[in-house]
Ligand binder design. Structure first.
Ligand SMILES: NC(=O)c1ccc[n+]([C@@H]2O[C@H](COP(=O)([O-])OP(=O)(O)OC[C@H]3O[C@@H](n4cnc5c(N)ncnc54)[C@H](O)[C@@H]3O)[C@@H](O)[C@H]2O)c1
Ligand SMILES: [Zn+2]
Length: 739
């Protein structure tokens, strides 16, 4: 690998890891297994170590995944909440010991081995034994105050029990995990299935999503559990060893881990890791590994920690469960954008607590890359409740005559649902990155059902109850073609909708129907950005919809948008500029006269581009580029687009854009850091957005201001390095007031 190749791969991996971090920590919707994720991160760390010139403090390898969400007060941890170094290899567990033995000058080290709980990290603060607050890990330095939500967990003691003969600390941070039991997870999903809603993916993400609800009553509906296993800041300190700590937590009345091993030396620790693997499936919480920790807290302090993880502990992660089975067939599913996704139909096999008969195959390319053929013996993997995936095939045991899978041939070159034309396209859609086959028929019933389910999803119009199953039924029975048709379905029809079969009917029910009717009424008042997102316009994701919604007052204005015309015009001018460049190699000038003429022309083009940039296009964000502009214009001029708008108009639905009359912060980007004296983060962001500004998570040369409060961290330093102006709350409010 050349340095240039390494640099490119590093950039690629950083982008990919960041994308998965965002989905995992902030949205609680991962799309790959932890094992796959850890593989990417490891590759990145190795490249950064091998090419230190491309290392960066911004890299996801150098930071703790950020779980902060909007709407919570931020609180600084007294002692940082770190991550753990983790490994899948025995050798590295042993190397961890060798390193410590050398550092501490002793081979006689005692360890504890504890289950690694697969929940979300939480810190409980007790003062004089009284519970005062609960905070998420956040950036590690500060997290979200989720006290009200944690109070819904019955086993969190409001008061620690006094332990005779010991002191109660004046102040202590107690760390642990919030999780959902398997039983509770199944109960919630059964409820959702009955209501025709989309099922939760796995217990960890359901718990993470629940704790980030703004309404504690909603949280209480999902019975969360908690387990505590370590201390942060503790004043005065109360224990000397890790083993003692576990005993004290239990004595205080806190729920502790089911079992710890207290061992001497690394051989015994490795044996304990094996024993834990045998037991862990019977625990109340999900576990994804074992944590080996130095037992002696004084030695822990001596070993110290890096910015990201303690040096005195290591997590050994168990590989996800795998099984071998036969691939009977490959079927094709059609999604809301028409993408054809292959699904593996398997000889049912029991794996990690359930029987598996289907697994994802991602896309045609992946099937080819892994050389998977119908009839093959395959290895499948299941981690937590993430959708099972096919890992590999065993070509040496292949039945004679097994042919390479050919997707278009398998569907006879037409959509398996509607029989429509299919075409191969580059797609950047979440469902299938790369090249995919797509059904070209907008009125395909699979696409119709997909769009209706999406229209009603939480992030779109939040018409709860109309998940995949209900949406498909409504389309199948002809009640809905386009999502707005949902408004014409009578409550009665919804109530008696049979989601089961004729022999085994399962009614949607009166109560659910009433909820849908109320939710669809409420949705009528949602702003343009939500409606635009909900209508599945090609290339318009959530943030693009938000930016468009802030720059247009209505659908009418959007369909005849001077802004989008200007974006397209500029792209045209730029293309022309490139074509006519006097020193173009692709299209060299014929002679000196031609060159002079082109110089003149280019100057004119430049002037026109500058005028656009300074005028209509001033402050236009990257989300609104030529591809998006073209998609939006084209879609609303097309038959389906016009049909949708006509239906909305007929229903009297006219969502309003949240246009900000060129506010004082138009074109300005802010980065927030630290705790402000009076405004919380949400309020400050609201002010910036309402005044036309943007908020970004990281400081760069493009940042206009860093708004810093108390205990501002590395962002402040970065701002000073780059010479970005740093302002405090008073100055911020002055600017905001137009002063
Ligand atoms: N699938 C994805 O897309 C995706 C994306 C991001 C992260 N992840 C996964 O999530 C993990 C999360 O990363 P992370 O930084 O939180 O590290 P981590 O979960 O691997 O380890 C650190 C955390 O373990 C927890 N923990 C559980 N039991 C513990 C115990 N007994 N003692 C001490 N700590 C204990 C603590 O909360 C600590 O913060 C990664 O390993 C990765 O596999 C997956
Ligand atoms: Zn189709």
């Amino acid at each position: 690998m050349t340095p240039a190749e390494a640099q490119k791969r590093i950039a690629q991996l950083r982008a990919e890891v960041s994308r998965h971090d965002e989905r995992y920590y902030r949205q609680a919707r991962p799309e790959i297994t932890d094992f796959a994720y850890d593989g990417l991160k490891r590759e990145l760390a190795e490249l950064e170590a091998r090419y230190p010139e491309f290392a960066s403090a911004d890299s996801p390898t150098q930071q703790v995944g950020d779980d902060r969400a909007q709407g919570f007060k931020e609180v600084a941890h007294r002692q940082k909440m770190l991550s753990l170094d983790n490994t899948y290899s025995e050798e590295e567990v042993r190397a961890f010991h060798t390193r410590l033995a050398k550092l501490l000058g002793s081979g006689e080290l005692h360890y504890t081995v504890e289950p690694k709980i697969d929940g979300l990290a939480i810190s409980l603060t007790y003062e004089q034994g009284r519970f005062v607050r609960a905070v998420t890990r956040g950036t590690g330095e500060k997290g979200d105050d989720v006290t009200a939500n944690v109070l819904t967990i019955a086993t969190v003691p409001r008061e620690l029990k006094a332990v005779p003969g010991t002191t109660m600390p004046d102040f202590v941070e107690i760390r642990g995990e919030i999780y959902l039991t398997a039983a509770e997870f199944q109960r919630l999903n059964a409820e959702r299935a009955a209501a025709g809603e989309e099922l939760y993916a796995n217990p960890r993400n359901t718990a993470a999503g629940a704790i980030k609800q703004l309404d504690p009553n909603e949280v209480a509906k999902r019975k969360l559990s908690i387990v505590l296993y370590s201390l942060g800041h503790c004043e005065p300190s109360v224990v000397q060893t890790q083993a003692e700590l576990h005993a004290r937590l239990k004595a205080w009345g806190l729920p502790g881990v089911e079992r710890i091993w207290h061992v001497k030396g690394i051989d015994a620790a490795w044996a304990a890791i094996g024993e834990l693997d045998q037991l862990r499936r019977s625990f109340a919480y999900g576990t994804d590994g074992a944590v080996v920790k130095l037992d002696d807290l004084a030695l822990q302090r001596e070993a110290g920690s890096t910015a990201k993880a303690p040096s005195w502990a290591i997590a050994y992660k168990y590989k996800p469960d795998t099984a071998r089975t036969r691939l009977k067939a490959i079927t094709i599913q059609v999604g809301k954008t028409g993408i054809l996704s292959p699904v593996a139909e398997l000889e049912p096999v029991f794996l990690a607590g359930s029987t598996i008969a289907r697994a994802t195959l991602h896309n045609e390319e992946e099937i080819r890359r892994k050389d998977i053929r119908i009839g093959d013996l395959v290895e499948i993997e299941k981690a937590g409740e993430v959708i099972p995936a096919v890992l590999r095939s065993f070509p040496e045991e292949r039945p004679a005559g097994a042919k390479e899978f050919d997707l278009p041939a398998a569907v006879e070159h037409k959509c398996p649902v509607c029989g429509g034309r299919i075409a191969k396209l580059e797609v950047a859609a979440e469902e299938a990155q790369g090249v995919a086959w797509k059904c070209q028929n907008y009125d395909c019933s699979a696409q119709r059902a997909g769009r209706l389910g999406f229209f009603c999803s939480r992030r779109a119009l939040a018409i709860d109850g109309v998940g995949g199953v209900v949406a498909a039924k409504l389309v199948e029975l002809g009640h809905v073609q386009d999502p707005p048709d949902l408004y014409h379905v009578p409550q009665e029809t919804l109530g008696t909708l049979n989601l089961g079969t004729a022999e085994e009917p399962r009614m949607f029910g009166e109560k659910n129907a009433a909820k849908v009717v109320a939710a669809r009424e409420a949705a009528m008042a949602l702003p343009l950005e939500k409606w635009l997102y909900a209508l599945s316009v090609p290339d318009v994701g959530e943030s693009t919809a938000r930016e468009l919604g802030r720059r247009h007052r209505s659908f009418a204005e959007l369909t005849d948008s001077p802004l989008l015309r200007a974006v397209l015009k500029k792209a045209e001018l730029l293309a022309e500029r490139e074509q006519q460049a006097p020193n173009s190699r692709k299209n060299p000038p014929k002679d000196e006269a031609d060159k002079a003429r082109r110089k003149e022309l280019c100057a004119q083009l430049d002037a026109a581009i500058t005028a656009l940039d300074a005028g209509v296009l001033a402050g236009v964000p990257s989300e609104i580029g030529p591809a998006v502009a073209a998609s939006v214009v084209e879609f609303f001029a097309s038959e389906p687009g016009r049909r949708l708008l006509a239906k909305l108009a007929k229903l009297g639905i006219n969502p309003q854009g949240s246009v900000v009359a060129a506010g004082v912060f138009t074109g300005k980007t802010f980065v927030l850091t630290g705790t402000l004296p009076t405004l919380n983060r949400e309020e400050a962001e609201q002010k910036i957005l309402a005044a036309g500004g943007k908020v970004s998570g990281s400081v760069s040369k493009k940042t206009s201001y860093v708004l810093a409060g108390a205990e501002a961290g590395s962002k402040l330093e970065k701002a000073q390095q780059l010479g970005v102006p740093v302002i405090d709350e008073v100055e911020f409010l002055r600017l905001w007031g137009g002063g």
